[in-house]
Design a protein around this ligand. Sequence first.
Ligand code: FE2
Length: 365
Amino acid sequence: MSTDFLPLEGIDHLEFYVGNAKQAAHFYRTAFGFSLVAYKGPETGSRDLVSYVLEQRKIRFVLTTPLLSGHPVAEEIRRHGDGVKAIALTVPDAAAALAETVKRGGTAVGELEIRSDADGEVALSAIQLYGETVHAFVERKNYRGRFLPGYVSMPVPDPLASPVGLAHIDHIVGNVGWNQMDHWVRFYEDVMGFALYQHFDDADISTEYSALMSKVMAGGGGRIKFPINEPAEGRRKSQIEEYLDSYGGPGVQHIAMSTPDIVATVRAMKARGVDFLRVPTSYYDELPARVGAIAEPLDQLAELGILVDRDEEGYMLQIFTKPVEDRPTLFYEVIQRHGSRSFGKGNFKALFEAIEREQDRRGNL
Ligand code: FE2
């Protein structure tokens, strides 16, 4: 099937709407090792929004905050707290991306926009995704500036940042409401030209208390992966329901970032105060029998709480942070792949039980 109506060059950036971008930028620079590379705000002529652009290897985050209470962005933050507003994809032609996706049932967010400055021009467009999240399309082939027109570059190197080894975005997971997963699977198939890559039902992802279902959609030649979760019936409230209640609807649940050395990356992040979920130590007693020989020392994985899973193609290591906001919404995954292209199905039970212990501590289970 050749569905190249929407050629994608990669994930351009993620834009977050946050209540205080100055402080959020400080967190991602010091705790996650990102470098501040560009900025826009009142000093650069942006009177209503301030944005900080952070990078680590191929990962780019944009943290945006409104300067006035009545601003529509302030209203979104009131509804959701801090979270991901836009998953922006680099495309060769933003006008074509908008036309082709709208023709297939996508909903345009605004019109095609051309921004320019002395470094050239960028074309931007966007369509609606789940909740108030959007997919933006960024055409930057005629631009040689640091990020986008209107931003100024920041001094290099960033004196606050010291990278922890995070290299690129492995996948971005969305939580949607009851019975909405297949709707968004069809959106990715029909509107974006993605294909179903893997799926997990409530038999795969359930604990004594709660369950969820997940389908992984892949596009951009298979390099871009967006799993979609929906809650499933269980005895107690699932983590997906807790998210939907706390975020005020569907949105991005977690961002998985890959590293070539998960032990070093997680050690550095922990030293800077990032909180990770913990599984019981019994997990490590059973690990050698379940995954066989791996390169990483088991004692260090156990010390840091890193999880391991194996499939036919190889193995992978992963670990999850606790939510990075006070609302139990967005969190991060750090992942290192050794051949495996899956998502850690063998860890689901231990992991979701760890999440439920946290949910219970919040009084939300
Ligand atoms: Fe994940």
